[in-house]
Design a protein around this ligand. Structure first.
Ligand code: BDP
Length: 647
């Protein structure tokens, strides 16, 4: 992490490293934004859909379903995009389907996109779970391995081939998990025909959420000029009252180019500018980006407008892209997490992208409701357990000052075969994609490379050392963590991380019903981990299931009272340790969420402090009291925001 002795020089080196790292992938992955030179056409809505239920799930490829209209290949149904397909129909075989499903949509594109050869047309899929192949008018344009992250392809030449035809987009998506996917899984065929129907197989997974599938985030067509701003990287810093925005702009498709970079404040006034493709913008009287409840105006964002004037063989182009920029620093000592050089205590939640009907599908009403709940309860942070969330969510975090631990989908790495090179290489690629996508978000303060892998296995040390070092090289400006389970303390990754994150479930999975063990066992946990590693600790998960409306006093497991007492007993210990090296507490979980069916799950995991429909259980009020109290103690709140207050 940051070397306190030579912060200036270190930042410059970091910056170069981040700029270089950003180049490891061929292209940038800027979030599509409209501007005077760019148009965006969202393809959300109804798509035609067909699951390939043939025994080997290969009929779609054998019969080339992408070559004609999907409805001409067989029966199709309406499928909303974005959404998981699992809970949309009454068909249990679709809910539990494993294999290829096919989506199709015809789009009429604006005539100018076709006639203007200087326009680049790109298809972007926000995320699809898990493996995707995309065709336009029957021609394959891209494929992508992995959910939760976006992918793109240029399609201008294809839609120009026959301008009289609408543009037909076909996307095949396969949710099969293997030992090399992230998260990993395995298919088990069971051939005993005395017990199972012919061809019976199951998808085994080693993580605790439903393997929702389909096109989970918006599909877009967007344009840029053929010479365009491909990527922007910013790293921010400040000294006294002056902010510094170190930036680099990457351009594609130009033979000659000039750029004008203008940084504007919230009111649109220019505060700094430059005509270099990389450099430093100095901001006097800087408004720093502060977390929610740490400052009276959290989430301050500048706008960095990049205006490119470029020429290529064919013509001259102007491209404009505007990036929101929050100016802040992050660093770690052996006992503290510092934002803008001030101690920051994470009082927040773990979430899932999960809701009724939509599954993991992107949904604005749900997102806005969740932010209102976070702010209501005084949460200042969350971890994107256990995969990257939609970019729109991170943009909300930037604007509202909600601090994010950005986790990759490295969850459920439990089989020793998932530590081989093929898995490691994919994991490294996923970190590249994640950092490329999220590097410019002020709200993202730490990367998490995995959750509770089987770190006691011999290959784990090499695997996690490589992964953590790779992530630090990709982005030396942010700390890196890796989430351990306290009950498996033989941890191989811990020596390499900057912050120790620990999950533990005392009096739940261990000593069930014995609330009295919590103070002792939690204290022992903290002392052991701090004693061994001398690194700041976040309690990254703790909690208990509560079926809403189930009550008992004295408390019994699965009641709201039991969940409350688990939380309160943990909080007493947290209050002692946060005076020393505990830098945060994240409840498991913000809301109830769906899992596979099993004897420990009653229609999903019930450790939410809100129900899946976002209604509070008793525990939500405990957290609300506590988080506002913590904010009042640790933050710099002006009097009008003091709890109780109405938001
Ligand atoms: C933790 C896992 C989380 C689970 C939770 C639980 O990290 O994904 O949902 O346990 O069992 O160990 O509720």
């Amino acid at each position: 992490m940051l070397s306190p002795e030579r912060p200036g020089l270190f930042r410059v080196l970091c910056l170069f490293a981040l700029f270089e790292a950003a180049c490891l992938l061929d292209t940038g992955m800027l979030f599509p934004r409209e501007s005077s030179s760019r148009e965006v056409k969202e393809l959300s809505g109804l798509w035609s859909f067909r699951a390939d239920k043939s025994p080997d799930r290969n009929q779609g490829f054998d019969k080339a379903w992408y070559k004609s209209r999907l409805r001409e290949t067989g029966p199709v149904i309406d499928m909303p995009v974005p959404a998981s397909y699992n809970d949309i129909t009454q068909d249990p075989t679709l809910r539990d389907f494993i294999g290829w499903v096919w989506y199709e949509r015809e789009v009429v594109v604006p005539a100018r996109w076709i006639t203007d050869e200087g326009t680049r047309v790109v298809i972007r899929v926000g995320s699809a779970h898990y493996y995707s192949i995309v065709w336009v008018n029957g021609v394959k344009v891209t494929e992508h391995n992995g959910g939760h992250l976006p992918f793109e392809a240029e399609v201008g030449s294809l839609i120009r081939k026959d301008p009289t035809q609408p543009c037909r987009i076909t996307i095949a998506v396969n949710n099969t998990l293997t030992l090399e996917t992230l998260p990993p899984g395995s298919i088990q065929h069971i051939d005993d025909i005395t017990k199972y129907p012919k061809g019976f197989f199951v998808q085994n997974i080693y993580f605790d959420f439903f393997n929702y599938a389909g096109i989970h985030r918006p599909v877009l067509l967007y344009t840029t000029p053929t010479a365009y701003v491909d990527d922007i990287t910013v790293v921010t810093d400040f000294l006294d009252n002056t902010g510094r925005v170190n930036y680099k702009v990457s351009v594609q498709g130009a033979t000659t180019a000039t750029v004008k970079v203008t940084l504007m404040d919230k009111d649109g006034h220019c505060v700094a500018s430059s005509t270099e493709p990389f450099g430093v913008l100095k901001v006097v009287d800087v408004n720093l980006w502060w977390p929610y409840l740490m400052h009276e105006s959290p989430g301050y964002l500048y706008s960095m407008e990049v205006r490119l004037m470029a020429a290529n063989e064919r013509s001259t182009h102007e491209d404009v892209y505007t990036l929101p920029v929050g100016i802040r620093t992050v660093s770690v000592t052996s006992t503290q997490f510092l934002i803008n050089k001030k101690p920051f205590y994470f009082h927040g939640v773990n979430k899932h992208e999960d809701s009724d009907i939509r599954g993991k599908g992107f949904d604005w009403p749900l997102i806005v409701k969740d932010f209102n709940l976070l702010k209501w309860m005084g949460a200042n942070s969350f971890r994107t357990s256990h995969y990257p969330y939609a970019e729109e969510i991170l943009q909300m975090c930037d604007r509202h000052g909600i601090v994010v631990i950005d986790e990759c989908p490295g969850v459920g790495i439990k089989d020793i075969r998932s530590f081989r090179n093929a898995s490691l290489n994919h994991h490294l690629d996923v970190m590249d994609e994640l950092v490329r996508r999220d590097k410019n978000h002020a709200s993202v303060v730490m990367w998490s490379v995995a959750n509770e892998p089987a770190s006691e296995m011999p290959p784990a040390e090499f695997y996690f050392k490589t992964l953590i070092q790779h992530t630090k090289a990709l982005d030396p400006t942010r700390p890196v963590t890796y989430v351990s389970n306290s009950h498996y303390a033989r941890d191989k990754g811990a020596p390499y991380v900057d912050v120790i994150c620990i999950n533990s479930y005392f009096s739940w999975y261990h000593d069930p019903g014995h609330l009295e063990v919590i103070p002792l066992q939690l204290n022992t946990q903290f002392e052991n981990w701090y004693g061994k590693y001398q690194k700041p600790i976040i309690q990254s998960e703790y909690g208990a299931d509560a079926v809403p409306g189930l009550h008992s006093d004295p408390p019994m497991m699965f009641t709201e009272e039991y969940q409350k007492v688990v939380l309160q007993s943990c909080h007493d210990v947290f209050d002692q340790k946060r005076k020393q090296y505990l830098i945060g507490e994240l409840i498991w979980n913000f809301a109830d969420f769906m899992t596979v069916q099993g004897i420990t799950r009653v229609v999903g995991n019930k450790k939410g402090v809100f129900t899946r429909q976002r209604q509070p259980k008793a525990a939500a009020f405990i957290l609300k009291e506590r988080y506002w109290r913590l904010a009042n103690e640790t933050g710099r709140l002006p009097p009008w925001t003091k709890y109780p207050c109405s938001l």
